[in-house]
Design a protein around this ligand. Structure first.
Ligand SMILES: [Zn+2]
Ligand SMILES: [Zn+2]
Length: 549
Protein backbone atom coordinates (compact mmCIF):
# COMPACT_ATOMS: atom_id res chain seq x y z
CA UNK A 1 0.00 0.00 0.00
CA UNK A 2 1.23 3.45 -0.90
CA UNK A 3 2.09 5.66 1.95
CA UNK A 4 -0.15 8.64 2.10
CA UNK A 5 1.04 11.90 3.52
CA UNK A 6 -0.89 13.29 6.46
CA UNK A 7 -2.12 16.28 4.48
CA UNK A 8 -3.67 14.06 1.84
CA UNK A 9 -5.18 11.87 4.54
CA UNK A 10 -6.97 14.87 6.02
CA UNK A 11 -8.07 15.82 2.51
CA UNK A 12 -9.62 12.39 2.06
CA UNK A 13 -11.50 12.69 5.34
CA UNK A 14 -12.62 16.20 4.37
CA UNK A 15 -13.71 14.80 1.00
CA UNK A 16 -15.81 12.12 2.68
CA UNK A 17 -17.51 14.66 4.92
CA UNK A 18 -18.00 17.03 1.96
CA UNK A 19 -19.61 14.13 0.10
CA UNK A 20 -21.98 13.52 2.98
CA UNK A 21 -22.86 17.19 3.04
CA UNK A 22 -23.62 17.04 -0.69
CA UNK A 23 -25.68 13.88 -0.17
CA UNK A 24 -27.50 15.70 2.65
CA UNK A 25 -26.49 13.08 5.17
CA UNK A 26 -25.42 16.18 7.04
CA UNK A 27 -27.76 19.03 6.23
CA UNK A 28 -27.31 22.77 6.58
CA UNK A 29 -27.56 23.85 10.17
CA UNK A 30 -27.06 20.37 11.60
CA UNK A 31 -24.31 19.53 13.99
CA UNK A 32 -21.64 17.05 12.89
CA UNK A 33 -20.96 14.16 15.26
CA UNK A 34 -18.53 14.95 18.07
CA UNK A 35 -14.82 14.90 17.24
CA UNK A 36 -14.24 11.67 19.13
CA UNK A 37 -17.03 9.99 17.18
CA UNK A 38 -15.64 11.21 13.87
CA UNK A 39 -12.19 10.02 14.94
CA UNK A 40 -13.66 6.55 15.48
CA UNK A 41 -15.75 6.68 12.33
CA UNK A 42 -12.83 7.52 10.04
CA UNK A 43 -10.16 5.78 12.05
CA UNK A 44 -7.82 8.72 11.98
CA UNK A 45 -6.04 10.70 14.64
CA UNK A 46 -7.62 13.69 16.21
CA UNK A 47 -5.08 16.00 14.58
CA UNK A 48 -5.85 14.62 11.14
CA UNK A 49 -9.53 15.07 11.77
CA UNK A 50 -8.95 18.63 12.91
CA UNK A 51 -7.02 19.36 9.72
CA UNK A 52 -9.93 17.95 7.74
CA UNK A 53 -12.41 20.09 9.67
CA UNK A 54 -10.16 23.12 9.18
CA UNK A 55 -10.19 22.53 5.43
CA UNK A 56 -14.00 22.30 5.47
CA UNK A 57 -14.21 25.40 7.60
CA UNK A 58 -11.90 27.35 5.31
CA UNK A 59 -14.14 26.33 2.43
CA UNK A 60 -17.17 27.70 4.29
CA UNK A 61 -18.78 24.24 4.42
CA UNK A 62 -18.89 24.04 8.18
CA UNK A 63 -18.80 26.43 11.07
CA UNK A 64 -16.72 25.43 14.06
CA UNK A 65 -18.07 26.72 17.31
CA UNK A 66 -15.42 26.23 19.92
CA UNK A 67 -16.61 24.27 22.89
CA UNK A 68 -19.85 23.37 21.09
CA UNK A 69 -19.00 21.51 17.90
CA UNK A 70 -19.00 21.73 14.12
CA UNK A 71 -22.10 22.64 12.19
CA UNK A 72 -22.91 22.38 8.51
CA UNK A 73 -23.04 25.89 7.10
CA UNK A 74 -25.72 27.33 4.91
CA UNK A 75 -24.45 26.45 1.46
CA UNK A 76 -23.85 29.11 -1.15
CA UNK A 77 -23.09 28.52 -4.79
CA UNK A 78 -19.42 29.09 -4.08
CA UNK A 79 -19.27 26.73 -1.12
CA UNK A 80 -21.21 24.08 -3.10
CA UNK A 81 -18.58 24.22 -5.85
CA UNK A 82 -15.91 23.91 -3.21
CA UNK A 83 -17.69 20.90 -1.68
CA UNK A 84 -17.72 19.16 -5.05
CA UNK A 85 -14.06 19.95 -5.54
CA UNK A 86 -13.06 18.53 -2.16
CA UNK A 87 -15.30 15.49 -2.55
CA UNK A 88 -14.10 14.77 -6.10
CA UNK A 89 -10.46 15.01 -5.12
CA UNK A 90 -10.96 12.39 -2.44
CA UNK A 91 -13.26 10.19 -4.50
CA UNK A 92 -12.08 6.64 -4.91
CA UNK A 93 -9.08 7.15 -2.67
CA UNK A 94 -8.66 5.17 0.44
CA UNK A 95 -6.13 4.89 3.16
CA UNK A 96 -4.75 2.46 5.60
CA UNK A 97 -5.92 3.47 9.02
CA UNK A 98 -2.87 1.76 10.47
CA UNK A 99 -0.75 4.51 8.99
CA UNK A 100 -2.17 6.65 11.74
CA UNK A 101 -0.05 6.07 14.74
CA UNK A 102 -2.36 7.29 17.48
CA UNK A 103 -4.51 4.56 18.91
CA UNK A 104 -8.14 5.46 19.30
CA UNK A 105 -8.14 4.74 23.05
CA UNK A 106 -5.80 7.63 23.63
CA UNK A 107 -8.22 10.16 22.25
CA UNK A 108 -9.11 12.35 25.18
CA UNK A 109 -12.78 12.34 26.07
CA UNK A 110 -13.34 16.08 26.08
CA UNK A 111 -16.39 17.74 27.57
CA UNK A 112 -19.69 15.93 27.41
CA UNK A 113 -22.00 17.27 24.75
CA UNK A 114 -25.12 19.05 25.82
CA UNK A 115 -28.21 16.86 25.81
CA UNK A 116 -30.19 17.53 22.68
CA UNK A 117 -33.95 17.47 22.49
CA UNK A 118 -34.53 14.50 20.16
CA UNK A 119 -37.61 16.15 18.63
CA UNK A 120 -35.69 19.28 17.88
CA UNK A 121 -32.60 18.86 15.73
CA UNK A 122 -29.91 21.21 16.91
CA UNK A 123 -29.72 23.76 14.15
CA UNK A 124 -27.04 26.33 14.45
CA UNK A 125 -28.02 29.54 12.78
CA UNK A 126 -25.73 32.13 11.39
CA UNK A 127 -25.39 34.51 14.29
CA UNK A 128 -23.97 37.17 12.00
CA UNK A 129 -27.16 37.27 9.99
CA UNK A 130 -29.91 35.76 12.11
CA UNK A 131 -31.26 38.03 14.83
CA UNK A 132 -33.20 35.21 16.48
CA UNK A 133 -30.17 32.92 16.28
CA UNK A 134 -29.38 32.58 19.96
CA UNK A 135 -32.96 31.58 20.80
CA UNK A 136 -32.35 28.38 18.83
CA UNK A 137 -30.24 27.20 21.76
CA UNK A 138 -33.28 27.24 24.05
CA UNK A 139 -34.35 23.60 24.13
CA UNK A 140 -38.09 24.29 23.78
CA UNK A 141 -38.01 27.40 21.57
CA UNK A 142 -39.71 26.82 18.23
CA UNK A 143 -38.98 29.31 15.52
CA UNK A 144 -42.02 28.51 13.42
CA UNK A 145 -44.42 29.01 16.31
CA UNK A 146 -42.79 32.28 17.30
CA UNK A 147 -42.68 33.68 13.79
CA UNK A 148 -46.28 32.73 13.05
CA UNK A 149 -47.64 33.86 16.40
CA UNK A 150 -50.31 36.55 16.51
CA UNK A 151 -50.37 38.59 19.68
CA UNK A 152 -52.68 41.45 20.53
CA UNK A 153 -51.27 43.99 22.96
CA UNK A 154 -53.92 46.18 24.47
CA UNK A 155 -52.61 49.39 25.96
CA UNK A 156 -49.39 51.08 24.87
CA UNK A 157 -48.57 52.80 28.15
CA UNK A 158 -45.74 51.92 30.52
CA UNK A 159 -46.52 48.20 30.56
CA UNK A 160 -47.47 48.08 26.89
CA UNK A 161 -44.16 49.68 25.89
CA UNK A 162 -42.27 46.99 27.78
CA UNK A 163 -44.34 44.14 26.41
CA UNK A 164 -44.13 45.42 22.83
CA UNK A 165 -40.36 45.88 23.16
CA UNK A 166 -39.98 42.31 24.46
CA UNK A 167 -42.27 40.87 21.79
CA UNK A 168 -40.29 42.39 18.93
CA UNK A 169 -36.95 41.43 20.49
CA UNK A 170 -38.19 37.86 20.77
CA UNK A 171 -39.31 37.96 17.15
CA UNK A 172 -43.01 37.33 17.78
CA UNK A 173 -44.17 37.44 14.18
CA UNK A 174 -47.43 39.42 14.24
CA UNK A 175 -48.38 42.15 16.65
CA UNK A 176 -51.69 43.97 16.87
CA UNK A 177 -51.34 47.03 19.08
CA UNK A 178 -54.34 48.84 20.52
CA UNK A 179 -54.55 52.12 22.42
CA UNK A 180 -56.92 55.08 22.34
CA UNK A 181 -54.56 57.60 23.90
CA UNK A 182 -52.04 60.13 22.61
CA UNK A 183 -48.52 60.74 23.86
CA UNK A 184 -47.87 63.42 26.45
CA UNK A 185 -44.56 64.46 28.00
CA UNK A 186 -45.20 62.53 31.23
CA UNK A 187 -45.25 59.28 29.23
CA UNK A 188 -41.61 59.73 28.27
CA UNK A 189 -40.37 58.78 31.74
CA UNK A 190 -41.56 55.20 31.35
CA UNK A 191 -42.05 54.46 27.68
CA UNK A 192 -38.99 53.20 25.89
CA UNK A 193 -40.67 53.43 22.49
CA UNK A 194 -41.62 57.12 22.66
CA UNK A 195 -39.54 60.24 21.91
CA UNK A 196 -40.06 63.89 22.71
CA UNK A 197 -40.94 64.59 19.10
CA UNK A 198 -43.83 62.13 19.39
CA UNK A 199 -45.82 64.45 21.67
CA UNK A 200 -49.45 64.53 20.60
CA UNK A 201 -49.16 61.48 18.33
CA UNK A 202 -51.19 58.32 18.75
CA UNK A 203 -49.58 55.90 21.19
CA UNK A 204 -50.60 52.84 19.21
CA UNK A 205 -49.24 54.22 15.96
CA UNK A 206 -45.89 55.33 17.39
CA UNK A 207 -45.45 52.09 19.34
CA UNK A 208 -46.17 50.07 16.20
CA UNK A 209 -43.75 52.12 14.11
CA UNK A 210 -40.96 51.75 16.70
CA UNK A 211 -41.66 48.03 16.98
CA UNK A 212 -41.12 47.73 13.25
CA UNK A 213 -37.94 49.77 13.55
CA UNK A 214 -36.50 47.51 16.26
CA UNK A 215 -37.29 44.38 14.28
CA UNK A 216 -38.32 44.88 10.65
CA UNK A 217 -39.11 41.16 10.32
CA UNK A 218 -42.11 41.54 12.60
CA UNK A 219 -45.48 42.37 11.09
CA UNK A 220 -47.37 45.04 12.96
CA UNK A 221 -50.79 46.56 12.90
CA UNK A 222 -52.17 49.18 15.20
CA UNK A 223 -55.62 50.40 16.13
CA UNK A 224 -56.13 53.82 17.63
CA UNK A 225 -59.36 53.26 19.45
CA UNK A 226 -61.25 51.68 22.29
CA UNK A 227 -60.80 47.96 22.78
CA UNK A 228 -64.17 47.66 24.47
CA UNK A 229 -66.11 48.70 21.38
CA UNK A 230 -63.99 49.22 18.28
CA UNK A 231 -62.40 45.84 17.56
CA UNK A 232 -64.38 43.09 15.90
CA UNK A 233 -64.45 39.76 17.71
CA UNK A 234 -63.06 38.21 14.53
CA UNK A 235 -59.77 39.93 15.38
CA UNK A 236 -59.71 38.30 18.81
CA UNK A 237 -60.69 35.03 17.18
CA UNK A 238 -57.50 35.07 15.09
CA UNK A 239 -55.08 35.81 17.92
CA UNK A 240 -52.97 33.26 19.75
CA UNK A 241 -52.54 35.34 22.88
CA UNK A 242 -53.92 38.62 24.15
CA UNK A 243 -51.78 40.70 26.48
CA UNK A 244 -53.63 43.29 28.53
CA UNK A 245 -51.57 46.31 29.56
CA UNK A 246 -54.55 48.17 30.92
CA UNK A 247 -55.11 50.55 33.75
CA UNK A 248 -58.78 50.11 34.47
CA UNK A 249 -61.25 47.45 35.46
CA UNK A 250 -63.83 48.17 32.77
CA UNK A 251 -61.39 47.48 29.96
CA UNK A 252 -60.10 44.35 31.72
CA UNK A 253 -63.63 43.08 32.10
CA UNK A 254 -64.35 43.67 28.40
CA UNK A 255 -61.13 41.98 27.30
CA UNK A 256 -61.84 39.09 29.67
CA UNK A 257 -65.26 38.52 28.11
CA UNK A 258 -64.03 38.81 24.54
CA UNK A 259 -61.20 36.40 25.27
CA UNK A 260 -63.55 33.95 26.94
CA UNK A 261 -66.10 34.16 24.13
CA UNK A 262 -63.36 33.45 21.58
CA UNK A 263 -61.69 30.84 23.80
CA UNK A 264 -58.35 32.68 23.88
CA UNK A 265 -55.83 32.98 26.69
CA UNK A 266 -55.01 36.43 27.96
CA UNK A 267 -52.27 37.77 30.18
CA UNK A 268 -53.15 40.62 32.49
CA UNK A 269 -50.67 42.94 34.18
CA UNK A 270 -51.09 45.76 36.67
CA UNK A 271 -48.61 48.10 38.29
CA UNK A 272 -48.57 50.80 40.92
CA UNK A 273 -45.45 52.44 42.33
CA UNK A 274 -43.19 49.50 43.28
CA UNK A 275 -45.94 46.88 43.26
CA UNK A 276 -47.18 44.80 40.43
CA UNK A 277 -49.02 41.67 39.47
CA UNK A 278 -49.29 39.45 36.46
CA UNK A 279 -51.80 36.69 35.78
CA UNK A 280 -52.82 34.38 33.00
CA UNK A 281 -56.44 33.60 32.29
CA UNK A 282 -57.37 30.63 30.13
CA UNK A 283 -61.06 29.97 29.43
CA UNK A 284 -62.19 26.88 31.26
CA UNK A 285 -59.03 26.63 33.39
CA UNK A 286 -59.49 28.11 36.82
CA UNK A 287 -60.74 31.57 37.60
CA UNK A 288 -61.18 34.30 34.99
CA UNK A 289 -60.71 38.02 35.60
CA UNK A 290 -64.36 38.51 36.53
CA UNK A 291 -64.09 35.71 39.10
CA UNK A 292 -61.33 37.70 40.83
CA UNK A 293 -63.50 40.74 41.46
CA UNK A 294 -64.60 41.36 45.00
CA UNK A 295 -68.21 42.07 45.86
CA UNK A 296 -67.28 45.71 46.30
CA UNK A 297 -65.64 45.86 42.89
CA UNK A 298 -68.70 44.29 41.34
CA UNK A 299 -70.91 46.82 43.05
CA UNK A 300 -68.69 49.67 41.84
CA UNK A 301 -68.94 48.40 38.31
CA UNK A 302 -72.70 48.01 38.48
CA UNK A 303 -73.09 51.52 39.89
CA UNK A 304 -71.11 52.81 36.96
CA UNK A 305 -73.14 50.75 34.56
CA UNK A 306 -76.36 52.16 35.99
CA UNK A 307 -75.27 55.57 34.76
CA UNK A 308 -73.71 54.37 31.57
CA UNK A 309 -72.79 57.65 29.99
CA UNK A 310 -70.87 58.70 33.07
CA UNK A 311 -69.12 55.38 33.50
CA UNK A 312 -67.12 55.60 30.34
CA UNK A 313 -65.71 59.02 31.02
CA UNK A 314 -64.63 58.19 34.55
CA UNK A 315 -62.51 55.40 33.19
CA UNK A 316 -60.23 57.90 31.57
CA UNK A 317 -59.49 59.68 34.84
CA UNK A 318 -57.76 56.83 36.62
CA UNK A 319 -54.12 57.87 36.58
CA UNK A 320 -51.95 55.57 38.63
CA UNK A 321 -48.36 56.44 39.55
CA UNK A 322 -45.97 53.94 38.01
CA UNK A 323 -42.24 53.62 37.42
CA UNK A 324 -40.41 52.29 34.38
CA UNK A 325 -38.74 49.71 36.64
CA UNK A 326 -41.90 48.02 37.85
CA UNK A 327 -43.24 48.20 34.29
CA UNK A 328 -40.11 46.33 33.14
CA UNK A 329 -40.54 43.62 35.76
CA UNK A 330 -44.24 43.00 35.24
CA UNK A 331 -44.05 43.52 31.46
CA UNK A 332 -41.27 40.95 31.36
CA UNK A 333 -43.35 38.38 33.25
CA UNK A 334 -46.30 39.01 30.95
CA UNK A 335 -44.08 38.61 27.89
CA UNK A 336 -42.65 35.34 29.16
CA UNK A 337 -46.12 34.00 29.89
CA UNK A 338 -47.17 34.97 26.37
CA UNK A 339 -44.13 33.16 24.96
CA UNK A 340 -45.04 30.05 26.95
CA UNK A 341 -48.62 30.20 25.69
CA UNK A 342 -47.36 30.50 22.10
CA UNK A 343 -45.37 27.30 22.67
CA UNK A 344 -48.27 25.52 24.41
CA UNK A 345 -46.08 25.29 27.50
CA UNK A 346 -47.91 24.88 30.79
CA UNK A 347 -49.00 28.11 32.46
CA UNK A 348 -50.67 28.61 35.79
CA UNK A 349 -54.03 29.91 34.70
CA UNK A 350 -56.23 31.53 37.31
CA UNK A 351 -53.27 32.30 39.59
CA UNK A 352 -51.72 35.66 40.30
CA UNK A 353 -48.03 36.48 40.63
CA UNK A 354 -47.57 39.37 43.05
CA UNK A 355 -44.33 41.28 43.15
CA UNK A 356 -43.47 43.67 45.97
CA UNK A 357 -40.55 45.81 44.90
CA UNK A 358 -40.06 47.25 48.40
CA UNK A 359 -39.34 43.87 50.00
CA UNK A 360 -38.49 42.00 46.77
CA UNK A 361 -41.03 39.37 47.68
CA UNK A 362 -42.81 37.48 44.99
CA UNK A 363 -45.62 35.10 45.64
CA UNK A 364 -48.34 33.23 43.83
CA UNK A 365 -51.96 32.89 44.89
CA UNK A 366 -54.81 30.95 43.32
CA UNK A 367 -58.15 32.57 42.71
CA UNK A 368 -61.32 30.62 43.29
CA UNK A 369 -63.45 30.28 40.16
CA UNK A 370 -66.98 31.61 40.57
CA UNK A 371 -69.58 29.11 39.39
CA UNK A 372 -72.12 31.58 38.07
CA UNK A 373 -69.55 34.05 36.71
CA UNK A 374 -71.11 35.93 33.82
CA UNK A 375 -67.92 35.84 31.76
CA UNK A 376 -67.92 32.05 31.44
CA UNK A 377 -69.35 31.60 27.99
CA UNK A 378 -67.66 30.53 24.78
CA UNK A 379 -69.16 31.07 21.36
CA UNK A 380 -70.18 27.97 19.43
CA UNK A 381 -69.87 27.43 15.70
CA UNK A 382 -69.24 30.70 13.89
CA UNK A 383 -70.75 31.17 10.43
CA UNK A 384 -68.51 33.22 8.19
CA UNK A 385 -70.58 35.55 6.05
CA UNK A 386 -69.22 37.28 2.92
CA UNK A 387 -70.50 40.57 4.36
CA UNK A 388 -69.00 43.82 5.59
CA UNK A 389 -70.03 45.99 8.52
CA UNK A 390 -70.23 49.15 6.41
CA UNK A 391 -72.48 47.79 3.67
CA UNK A 392 -74.67 45.33 5.55
CA UNK A 393 -77.93 46.63 6.99
CA UNK A 394 -79.83 45.37 10.00
CA UNK A 395 -82.45 44.11 7.56
CA UNK A 396 -79.83 42.02 5.71
CA UNK A 397 -78.70 40.47 8.98
CA UNK A 398 -82.23 39.78 10.17
CA UNK A 399 -83.00 37.90 6.94
CA UNK A 400 -80.11 35.54 7.63
CA UNK A 401 -81.01 35.17 11.27
CA UNK A 402 -84.68 34.47 10.54
CA UNK A 403 -83.71 31.96 7.85
CA UNK A 404 -81.51 30.07 10.34
CA UNK A 405 -83.34 30.49 13.62
CA UNK A 406 -86.92 31.28 12.63
CA UNK A 407 -88.96 34.50 12.63
CA UNK A 408 -88.87 34.91 16.41
CA UNK A 409 -85.06 35.18 16.51
CA UNK A 410 -83.49 38.47 17.52
CA UNK A 411 -80.10 40.07 17.05
CA UNK A 412 -78.25 40.86 20.27
CA UNK A 413 -75.74 43.71 20.50
CA UNK A 414 -72.72 43.68 22.81
CA UNK A 415 -73.28 47.25 23.86
CA UNK A 416 -76.34 49.33 24.37
CA UNK A 417 -77.69 51.28 21.47
CA UNK A 418 -78.99 54.66 22.58
CA UNK A 419 -82.24 55.20 20.74
CA UNK A 420 -83.17 58.61 22.10
CA UNK A 421 -82.71 61.13 24.89
CA UNK A 422 -85.85 62.47 26.54
CA UNK A 423 -86.14 65.66 28.59
CA UNK A 424 -88.89 65.37 31.18
CA UNK A 425 -88.75 69.09 31.78
CA UNK A 426 -89.18 70.26 28.18
CA UNK A 427 -90.96 67.07 27.06
CA UNK A 428 -88.70 66.88 24.04
CA UNK A 429 -87.20 63.75 22.59
CA UNK A 430 -84.04 63.62 20.49
CA UNK A 431 -83.37 60.58 18.33
CA UNK A 432 -79.78 59.40 18.73
CA UNK A 433 -79.33 55.89 17.32
CA UNK A 434 -75.71 55.70 18.38
CA UNK A 435 -73.90 53.08 20.40
CA UNK A 436 -73.34 54.16 23.96
CA UNK A 437 -69.59 54.36 23.38
CA UNK A 438 -70.08 57.21 20.95
CA UNK A 439 -72.37 59.36 23.05
CA UNK A 440 -70.58 61.61 25.53
CA UNK A 441 -71.90 62.41 28.97
CA UNK A 442 -72.29 66.07 28.06
CA UNK A 443 -74.71 65.01 25.38
CA UNK A 444 -77.03 63.64 28.04
CA UNK A 445 -77.94 67.16 29.15
CA UNK A 446 -80.86 68.88 27.51
CA UNK A 447 -79.61 71.63 25.18
CA UNK A 448 -82.59 73.85 26.17
CA UNK A 449 -82.85 73.53 29.96
CA UNK A 450 -79.64 71.71 30.88
CA UNK A 451 -81.43 68.92 32.76
CA UNK A 452 -80.06 65.41 32.62
CA UNK A 453 -82.19 63.60 30.07
CA UNK A 454 -83.52 60.04 30.23
CA UNK A 455 -81.83 57.59 27.93
CA UNK A 456 -83.86 55.10 25.95
CA UNK A 457 -81.64 52.17 25.07
CA UNK A 458 -81.82 48.66 23.65
CA UNK A 459 -79.45 45.85 22.88
CA UNK A 460 -81.73 43.61 20.88
CA UNK A 461 -83.08 44.08 17.37
CA UNK A 462 -86.33 42.26 16.74
CA UNK A 463 -87.25 43.39 13.24
CA UNK A 464 -89.90 45.87 14.38
CA UNK A 465 -87.50 48.82 14.49
CA UNK A 466 -88.02 51.78 12.17
CA UNK A 467 -84.28 51.95 11.40
CA UNK A 468 -83.66 48.56 9.81
CA UNK A 469 -82.09 50.21 6.77
CA UNK A 470 -79.17 51.41 8.87
CA UNK A 471 -75.82 49.76 8.24
CA UNK A 472 -74.16 47.82 11.01
CA UNK A 473 -71.16 50.15 11.13
CA UNK A 474 -73.40 53.21 11.49
CA UNK A 475 -74.72 51.57 14.67
CA UNK A 476 -71.24 51.03 16.06
CA UNK A 477 -70.58 47.44 14.93
CA UNK A 478 -66.84 47.22 14.24
CA UNK A 479 -65.28 45.58 11.20
CA UNK A 480 -64.92 41.79 11.29
CA UNK A 481 -67.31 41.59 14.20
CA UNK A 482 -69.08 38.42 15.18
CA UNK A 483 -72.77 39.09 15.77
CA UNK A 484 -74.96 36.87 17.83
CA UNK A 485 -78.60 36.03 17.52
CA UNK A 486 -80.91 33.79 19.48
CA UNK A 487 -84.31 32.22 19.55
CA UNK A 488 -85.97 30.42 22.45
CA UNK A 489 -83.66 27.42 22.06
CA UNK A 490 -80.27 28.48 20.87
CA UNK A 491 -77.69 31.05 19.92
CA UNK A 492 -76.07 31.46 16.51
CA UNK A 493 -72.94 33.42 15.62
CA UNK A 494 -72.15 35.26 12.41
CA UNK A 495 -68.86 36.80 11.41
CA UNK A 496 -68.58 39.68 8.94
CA UNK A 497 -65.74 37.90 7.22
CA UNK A 498 -65.55 40.13 4.14
CA UNK A 499 -63.94 42.71 6.46
CA UNK A 500 -60.98 40.45 7.07
CA UNK A 501 -58.40 42.08 4.83
CA UNK A 502 -59.27 45.55 6.04
CA UNK A 503 -59.53 44.66 9.69
CA UNK A 504 -56.57 42.35 10.08
CA UNK A 505 -53.56 42.58 7.79
CA UNK A 506 -50.49 43.08 10.01
CA UNK A 507 -48.92 45.23 7.33
CA UNK A 508 -48.74 48.72 8.77
CA UNK A 509 -45.27 50.20 8.11
CA UNK A 510 -44.53 47.41 5.69
CA UNK A 511 -41.92 48.74 3.30
CA UNK A 512 -41.90 47.70 -0.32
CA UNK A 513 -39.38 44.93 -0.62
CA UNK A 514 -37.08 44.77 -3.62
CA UNK A 515 -36.15 41.22 -4.33
CA UNK A 516 -32.80 41.07 -6.06
CA UNK A 517 -33.70 37.94 -8.00
CA UNK A 518 -36.48 39.89 -9.67
CA UNK A 519 -34.27 42.48 -11.29
CA UNK A 520 -33.88 41.75 -14.97
CA UNK A 521 -31.07 43.38 -16.92
CA UNK A 522 -32.29 44.97 -20.13
CA UNK A 523 -29.80 45.81 -22.79
CA UNK A 524 -30.53 48.89 -24.86
CA UNK A 525 -28.26 49.51 -27.77
CA UNK A 526 -27.59 53.09 -28.70
CA UNK A 527 -26.94 53.19 -32.47
CA UNK A 528 -25.24 56.60 -32.40
CA UNK A 529 -22.59 55.92 -29.83
CA UNK A 530 -22.47 52.25 -30.65
CA UNK A 531 -22.19 51.34 -27.02
CA UNK A 532 -24.41 49.21 -24.94
CA UNK A 533 -26.11 50.80 -21.99
CA UNK A 534 -27.34 48.51 -19.32
CA UNK A 535 -30.49 49.63 -17.64
CA UNK A 536 -31.68 47.96 -14.54
CA UNK A 537 -35.40 47.83 -14.35
CA UNK A 538 -36.42 47.57 -10.77
CA UNK A 539 -39.54 45.71 -10.10
CA UNK A 540 -40.80 46.54 -6.69
CA UNK A 541 -42.73 43.92 -4.95
CA UNK A 542 -45.00 44.84 -2.10
CA UNK A 543 -44.78 42.19 0.52
CA UNK A 544 -48.31 41.28 1.30
CA UNK A 545 -49.56 39.42 4.30
CA UNK A 546 -52.20 36.85 4.16
CA UNK A 547 -54.27 37.97 7.10
CA UNK A 548 -55.66 34.54 7.79
CA UNK A 549 -52.31 32.79 8.00
ZN1 LIG B 1 -65.09 34.04 35.83
ZN1 LIG C 1 -85.00 70.29 28.73
Amino acid sequence: MDTISRSSLSEIVAGKIAGMILDEVYRSGYQLPAERDLVKQFGVSRSTLREALKLLEDSALIEVRHGVGSFVAELTEVSLLKAHEIADKAAGQNYNTESESIPIEEVPEGPKRLPVNPEKPLIIPNLQKDRLGTFSFISWWEREKVENAKVMIIGAGALGNEVIKNMVLMGIGNLYIVDFDTIEMANLSRSVLFRESDKGRKKAEVAAARAKEINPNVHVQYMHGDVTTEIGLGVFRRMDVIVGCLDNREARLAVNRFAYWMNKPWVDGAIQEFFGLARVFVPGEGACFECTLTEQARRDLSIRYSCPLLARENVLLGKVPTTPTIASIIGAIQSQEALKLIHNKPVEAGKVIHFNGMTNEMHKTSYTPVDDCESHWTYGKITELPLRADTTTLEDMLKIIHRDLGPQAVLEFDQELILSLYCRNCQTKEDILQPISQVGFNHAHCPSCGMLRETEMTHTITGEEPFLNRTLSSLGIPKLHILRAYNADQYAFYELTADLENALHFSHFQKPVIKLGDIPVIKISNPEEKTVIKVRETRIKIESDDPDQ
